[in-house]
Structure formats: structure tokens, C-alpha cells
Ligand binder design. Structure first.
Ligand code: GUN
Length: 278
């Protein structure tokens, strides 16, 4: 088994972005919006700001109180859509319950939607005509490619059907000519399907969900989960200790997919800046 080092792969991506921004003298800005006091969101937002600083992207933070209204957030998005310094807009999810996430996502101008969450960008992903790649799935693709594994013709199984990870993940694998199956909570023969996978991607959100009997000998295992175990320790979906000896490559949590998501966000922000200056 070989560990896939997400920190190293993401560092290389960020170095490339930093170099391009420096060499071309680009001025790129990312607005980072956080609403409320979610602890995990705060950590993610801080990491995104740090990555901006490293790459030479200016970040503009907007921290709104928990009790903010949908109207207030829509007004902020409108303002950022018009702000020439801002090339990308990132509204950290989840939002407080009084705010309709869909409404906010759809209000972000597609040209600044660096998460690739709004319907225009999702549609472009479906037809393979990308402006922006969805950050987490794009990061997973980079990690798979870093192992030298051929994707074309392989059996790929994605566990999870979310709009953020599962669905776009399946689409990116399909575009690379994999045979793709999406599993979810209603899948009846989960173990059988998963154990066919040459490449298994788990995005469930449950510690210990993927057990060794679900993994084919020699598979590439990518763990998108970000959970806390019973001792409060950060862990993924995969029962790492038992799965690691069965697979050829595996991502650790932390230090696997997480850092890649942020590196791909930087890439999308750079792309947004370049597209807007055309
Ligand atoms: N919350 C969890 N993942 C993400 C992400 O990729 N983007 C945003 N905006 N919020 C998230």
C-alpha cells in the first residue's frame, strides 16, 4: 500500500499558481463569505485565506452574524458581483437555517462562482465544457492521476450522491472514460458493488463506513469523508487500519483530499481572474 500525499500534491498545485501570478503580475481577488459561528466552517475559511496569501491572491473576508437574513446576504452577493476587485465569490456552506442556500448560490454571478455550484456551471460540467471544475472532485482527480493509475476503462464506484461531491465526481470520472457506478443510502447490494471497484471514492460522512470486505484487492481508495470518531479524532469514512493492507493506494484523513479542495479553489480563482480580463 502507498499513501497518497495530498499535502505534497496540493503544495505543487499552489506553487504553480503562485508562480504564474507572480510572473504575469496578475491581480486576483477572492471574496470569502462566512455566516454564523460554525467551528468547522471557521477552520475551512481560515485555511482558504491562508492559501490565498500563499498564492498571491487577495482575500476579502465578510463575516456575517448568525442571525443575518437572506435579504442581507443576497445584498452582499449583489455587491460582490459588481466589485471589480473580486474575481471569485466563495460563500461557505452550510448557512444558517433561515437562509435558502440554493437562492444564494444562484445569485452568485456564474463568472465568479469558483465553487462551481450554480446551475450554469453544473450544466457545463455535465456537457464537459468547463469554466470551473468542482473543487473537491477536481482534487480527487489530481490525486488519482498522481498515482499513475489509468482511469480509462476502469470500474469506478462513488459512494454518495451529493451535489457538491458525489454527482460531479461521477461526471469527471465518466469524462475520463471510466465505467462509473454511484451508490447511496438506498443501494441494496453496497458491498458487492463496492468490491468491484478498481477506484473507490467514498463521500458519505460516516466514520468507519467503508470496511475491508467492501474493497477489492489492489484498489485505489479515495476518502472524502471528514468525521470525528468516538475519541473526537478527525477521520474519514474508511476503516483505514484494516483497508490499508488490501489496497494499492489510499488517501489519509487528514492530509488527503482536504488540502486538494483548497488548491483547486485557488486554481478556479486564478482561472476566473484570467477569464474576466479577456
Ligand atoms: N462546505 C463544505 N464544503 C464546501 C465547499 O467546497 N465550498 C463551500 N463554499 N462550502 C463548503
Amino acid at each position: 500500500m502507498t499513501l497518497i500525499d495530498g499535502k505534497a500534491v496540493s503544495a505543487a498545485v499552489k506553487e504553480r499558481i503562485k508562480k504564474e501570478i507572480e510572473e504575469k503580475g496578475l491581480k486576483i481577488g477572492l471574496a470569502v463569505v462566512i455566516v454564523g459561528n460554525d467551528q468547522a466552517s471557521r477552520v475551512y475559511v481560515n485555511n482558504k485565506k491562508k492559501a490565498c496569501e500563499f498564492c498571491g491572491i487577495t482575500s476579502y473576508e465578510y463575516a456575517l452574524p448568525e442571525e443575518s437574513t437572506e435579504e442581507q446576504l443576497l445584498k452582499l452577493v449583489d455587491k460582490l458581483n459588481e466589485d471589480g476587485r473580486v474575481n471569485g465569490i466563495l460563500v461557505q456552506l452550510p448557512l444558517p437555517k433561515q437562509i435558502d442556500e440554493k437562492k444564494i448560490i444562484e445569485r452568485i454571478s456564474p463568472e465568479k462562482d469558483v465553487d462551481a455550484f450554480n446551475a450554469v456551471n453544473v450544466g457545463k460540467i455535465m456537457i464537459g465544457n468547463y469554466s470551473f471544475l468542482p473543487c473537491t472532485p477536481a482534487g480527487v482527480m489530481e490525486l488519482i492521476k498522481s498515482t499513475g493509475t489509468e482511469i480509462s476503462g476502469k470500474e469506478c464506484v462513488v459512494i454518495g450522491r451529493s451535489n457538491i461531491v458525489g454527482k460531479p465526481m461521477a461526471m469527471l470520472l465518466l469524462h475520463e472514460s471510466a465505467t462509473v457506478t454511484i451508490c447511496h443510502s438506498k443501494t441494496s447490494n453496497l458491498k458487492d458493488v463496492c468490491s468491484r471497484a478498481d477506484i473507490l471514492v467514498s463521500a458519505v460522512g460516516k466514520a468507519g463506513f467503508v470496511t475491508a470486505d467492501m474493497v477489492k484487492e489492489g484498489a485505489v481508495v479515495i476518502d472524502v469523508g471528514m468525521n470525528r470518531n468516538s475519541e473526537g479524532k478527525l477521520c474519514g469514512d474508511v476503516d483505514f487500519d484494516n483497508v490499508k493492507d488490501k489496497c494499492s493506494f489510499i488517501t489519509p484523513v487528514p492530509g488527503g483530499v482536504g488540502p486538494m479542495t483548497i488548491a483547486m479553489l485557488m486554481e478556479n480563482t486564478l482561472r476566473a481572474g484570467k477569464l474576466q480580463s479577456l
